[in-house]
Design a binder for this molecule. Structure first.
Ligand code: GLU
Length: 385
């Protein structure tokens, strides 16, 4: 089968990635009684700390808030109403954040709690905030411990599963690897509980209809999160330039086990986070306006710097913060495209002004760049089209 490649030496290595999202499911972390699986967590955190000490940035996406809160509120094992799940999440999240903070502190690592809603990752004006905060935490070598903000997320606008949330966090943070720790080894050609002939799939070079069919429909939803949501997560992660890994988390030291050769399923990406992001900004997004900049700003941008308000001479269009805008020279030639950090109405006011003056002009202290260099794609590097 074309999609299956079992050559061990062709597989990626966890230790070669520089920014890794590790997603931990509730059943791995929390006992049926609502108690914490302490020894397991400690072993996982040892693995995480090893990668972190070797220089990788790590983000943890941890479920378990509802499972832990359910125990405290004595809600038993029955299915919960949405309001009950939300109440359980708000009780459990405190304990969840504490156990991660304590476990990471054991290795001298700072933990940071980040609770995201669907809108924080999907609406670009909010997406820029979450992205900037994650970037700053990682620059300080902290490990963000992320969960969905279940307490405010309503049915229609929530992820509901942390597999897709982890993949979105991965693209948002430009991670090059997303690890989903699951209760099975990875992807099989058919649900292994039902089909004894199911073969293991160690690497998926591309997500095809054949691969989606392997995940099955509702049938494989037996396992938490389900293989379908993992394939959905793989589509998000790989199109964002990250490699995704499904590995068995039920063993002690799950990441070390993968490094030592335990079987797992890799989903390869055709690009890197940088090229995927550039293509998204330069080729996918419809520009909503134009910033015309002076020669000083243009050469600073060509040298890899951000665009500051001082270099902007003219603002056109009615765009919102987070929208894509075209950057042009005063003669009109296109220089770059980028995600703008201000609404048009504010951009007009700060154009040509020093960053120091932003607060006095707008009445709030916004970002010092009008387009941050990470959100900028220069014309001529092949990504604009
Ligand atoms: N956010 C939920 C929680 O922390 C879990 C979602 C999932 O298990 O994927 O309990």
């Amino acid at each position: 089968m074309a999609a299956v490649n079992s050559k061990r030496n062709a597989l990626p290595k966890l230790e070669n990635f520089r920014r890794i999202v590790v997603k931990v499911g509730s059943s791995l972390l929390v006992e049926k009684t609502g108690g914490l699986k302490e020894a397991w967590l400690k072993a996982l955190v040892d693995d995480v700390a090893t990668l972190h000490k070797a220089g990788a940035d790590i983000l943890v996406v941890s479920s378990g808030a509802i499972a832990m809160g359910r125990g405290v509120l004595k809600l038993g094992r029955r299915p919960l109403e949405l309001e009950e799940a939300q109440a359980a999440a708000s009780v459990g999240q405190i304990a969840l954040a504490r156990v991660w903070a304590e476990a990471l502190a054991g290795h001298g690592i700072i933990a940071a709690q980040v609770l995201l809603t669907y809108g924080d990752t999907e609406e670009r004006r909010r997406y820029l905030n979450a992205r900037a905060t994650l970037g700053t935490l990682l620059a300080h070598r902290a490990i963000p411990v992320i969960n969905e903000n279940d307490t405010v997320a309503t049915q229609e606008i929530r992820y509901g599963d942390n597999d897709r949330l982890a993949a979105r966090v991965g693209t948002m943070a430009s991670a090059d690897c997303v690890v989903l720790l699951s209760d099975i080894d990875g992807l099989f050609t058919a649900p292994p509980q039902k089909d004894p002939g199911a073969a293991f799939v160690p690497v998926v070079p591309r997500i095809t209809a054949e691969i989606e069919a392997m995940a099955g429909g509702a049938a494989s939803e037996l396992s938490r999160g389900g293989m379908m949501t993992k394939i959905e997560a793989a589509k998000i992660a790989t199109s964002g330039g990250a490699t995704m890994l499904i590995a068995n988390g039920t063993v002690e030291h799950p990441l070390r086990s993968v490094r030592e050769g335990r079987r797992c399923s890799w989903f390869l990406s055709p690009s890197t986070p940088v090229t995927a992001r550039k293509r998204w900004i330069g080729g996918t997004l419809e520009p909503r306006g134009t910033l015309s900049v002076d020669e000083g700003a243009a050469s600073a941008m060509r040298a890899g710097k951000s665009l500051l308000p001082a270099g902007v001479r003219r603002v056109e269009g009615s765009f919102n913060r987070g929208d894509c805008v075209v950057v042009r020279s005063l003669e009109g030639g296109e220089i770059a495209r980028g995600l703008v950090a201000y609404d048009a109405i504010d951009a007009v006011q700060i154009a040509g002004r020093s960053t120091r003056d932003i607060e006095a002009i707008l009445g709030y202290s916004g970002r010092k760049e009008i387009i941050h260099r990470d959100d900028l794609v220069m014309s001529g590097d092949g990504a604009i089209g």
